[in-house]
Every structure is written in C-alpha cells, then in structure tokens.
Ligand binder design. Sequence first.
Ligand code: URP
Ligand code: ZN
Ligand code: ZN
Length: 466
Amino acid sequence: MPILIKNGRVITATDDYVADIYCAADTITRIEKNIDPNSCAPGTSIIDASGKYVFPGFIDPHVHIYLPFMGTYAKDTWETASRAALLGGTTTLIEMICPGKTDDAMQAFETWLGKAQGISACDFTFHMGVTRFDDASEKQFREIVKKGIRSFKVFLAYKGALGVDDRELYQTLKLANELGVVVTAHCENETLVDERQKELLAAGKTAPEFHEPSRPVQVEAEGVHHLMTFAELTGAEVYVVHTSCNEAVLEAQCAIARGVKAHIEVVLPHLVVDHSYTQKPGFEGAKYVMSPPLRHESQLPKMWAQLASRAIATVATDHAPFDFESQKTMGKDAFTKIPNGIPSVGNRVDILYTNGVTTGKIDLHTFVDSASTQAARIFGLKGKGTIAVGADADLVVYDPAYRGKISAKDKSHHHMATDYSAFEGWELKGRSDTVTVRGQIMVKGGNFVGKMGSGRLVPRPAISST
Ligand code: URP
Ligand code: ZN
Ligand code: ZN
C-alpha cells in the first residue's frame, strides 16, 4: 500500500530538511514540500511525522542469530531477532555465517539462509565465515560470492574453534582481493588469549571480571596490526569488527594512513558499558562477558571521540544472545566457559540516540551515517542507507519526545529471546514510532504490525571501495 509521510524532519548522513515523502510502492517516489494527498494513489496511508525525525532504515552489519558457539546455541531465532530489530528501528541485518572448522561451507551457507528466508520480517544478508581455507572450500567461497554474499568473516581469535591460521588468513585475503570482497575480522591474538586464560585459571582467578585481563588491549591491538599487515601485502579491503579500545583503533588508523583499505566498527556495548559491569555480584557480571571484553571506563570517551570524528565508520551490536540462567551460568567455575556475547539488536538505535545524540557526543548526521549509511556503502547494500528518490522505502519515523525505560521483565518492550537485558532500567529519550521496509509498515505507534517472513535477501551487486 502506498504511504505518504508528512511534515517530518528528514535527516540523512549529510542533509537536514523538512519535507513530505511519498512511496508509491517499495521505493521512495517523491520528496517534496507539502505533497497533496489527492495527488497520491487511492488508499495511500498518511503518516503524520510533525515534531518527529525521519531517518533512513538503520542497518546492523554485525549480528549473530543462529550461532552454535561455546557448547551451546545463541537464543534468538530470525523471528524474535528481526521483530526486535524492527521495533528498535533496524530494517536490515547482516548476520555472520559461522561454520565449524570441519563443516562444509556451501552447506553452512544454505543452513544460515534457510534460517532467515521466509521467516525474517526485516531485510538481511550475510558475511560468509571462513573458518577453514582449502581447495574445496575456496571453490565454494567463489560460488557463494556469485550468490551476492560479497563479504567474508574471519576470526583471529577462538583458538581451535573458529579461528584461522596465518596461511588461511593470507589465502582468504588474496581470494577476497581477487573477487572484490570485503573481509571482516575479529582481531585478537588467539595464542596470547589462550596462554593468559590458563595462567589466570591456574591462579584461581575464575570469575567473570578476569575475562578482560585474559585479553587486554595489547592483545587486540596486536590482532589489528596483524590483520593490517596481511591486508597491506594482499591489497584486500578489510573491516575490523568490534574495536573496543583506542589502541586497536589507532593500529587501524595507522594502516589506513599508509594506504591500507580498512574500515573500523565499534559495537554498542563498547560505547556504553565498561569493565566494572563484569564485577557485579551474584555472577551477574557474566551478563557482560563478550569478546573483545568491556574495557576500563577511560576508554569510553575515546571511543565516542573516534566515532564523532568518523574515524570509526559504523556502530553495530555484535548481538550474541545467551540466557543468563541456563547459558551464562555454564561458566560458574571458569570465565572461559561463559558464552561470549551481549544481546542488543533491539537497543542499538535508541541507546545510541539517547546516550550519544541527546548528550551531544555525536551529531544527528554521524548517528545516521554510523548506524545506517556506512554499512550500506561498505557492504554494497543497494538501495539502503539513505533517503532519496529511488532508494528503498526503508524509513524510520522517530519520536524524540518519547520517554521510557528498558526492562527485560516488560515483554511489551523486551522482544529479544533472552531472559535478561544488559541495559535493565536504562532510560530512553526517543524511540521508533513508525518503521517501514520497502514501503510496508512494520511498526506503528511503537507496536509490531508487520508480516513475518516478508524480509528479503538484499541484492549486493556492487563492490565497495574506500
Ligand atoms: O562476544 C562475542 N563477541 N560473541 C560473539 C562472537 C564474536 O566474537 O563476534
Ligand atoms: Zn567477534
Ligand atoms: Zn560477532
């Protein structure tokens, strides 16, 4: 059904103006002052956006939904995660396909696609996880790229599980460079992590708060430096996921300054929660165990500053949802067994707006750029990430006057499948009132009204360039 959004303040990565937006079908057809509803198709839904912002649909380029990991499975399904994403203003998700080291790459691609297709309410695509590189998997990666999956994911961490060795990293980057594929990478030196974990456990340091000292900032900075060396030698374009500290960002920036094609991501938790959260009593600290770990509070202003200057390109979530009661507690006797991850796919836009924009840490354009536009640009998401005639009608009418609180106990607000929220009790100063995906109204008045299964695999014909 056609939609007409009236009197909204339209914000993109570069522009700020008041206009009406008409979407005759799945794309934006007109952007003008005072569009007469009589000039629109019969049956057009009119949305009054007076006093509200209109943002392009937000894109989360780093989520895990189906994830076999650390002896368990992440809690969400595409049904729960896509609904939570849309209610939180996110209209496109990029999930990481994470095959086990001995799994068949093509089968993994089919499995992950099958979990999303026909089930997701929002649009989606994938980064193809390269957890093993040999002749057989190389052939399959070439086929998967032809299907429009134009990005890879490698882990330099998780020794013996998902991590690749240097030969595999080199070959992956060479292939990526040949195919014009961006390689996203989790950068931590896996051997240093492994050794330090053993030392800490041997010293009886088993609690969640010892997760951080097992992988300190140097371990991450070394991982980024390592990736950049390989990117420089192969010419591949790389994207460093979830940088958690200034030391890691600086390593990537040094490489960019010498001509390496690299992009930097931060994820929501590293902007808003710090290491002290892992010291919460009653094993509650386990809720905040993720990798790279939450850092000392002195890092947070530095990460905001790097985001404000746009040295950091994107804000994602690294949504990796595990229940507290039945899953995080697997690590009661050793922090190394706590499933890593903080659920946040439904919270990113509102917390970034509340804690970033309303406090003046970032401006509205940086907000849109980092939470939508850059992800579309870097990963070649055709039609996404902006508001323009011809772009997909993925739009968020955002109410800055809304006031509310996050609570996992309130099922009308907590839509992720986990039994807790890492942001319990946090105040919100804004929320997505209306959300559309390719012209379909998915959220209205803050309620989900969309059709499950209407999300599509986003075409990715173009390759990105820095
Ligand atoms: O702690 C995290 N980040 N869990 C998900 C897997 C990953 O490393 O991205
Ligand atoms: Zn990671
Ligand atoms: Zn991740």
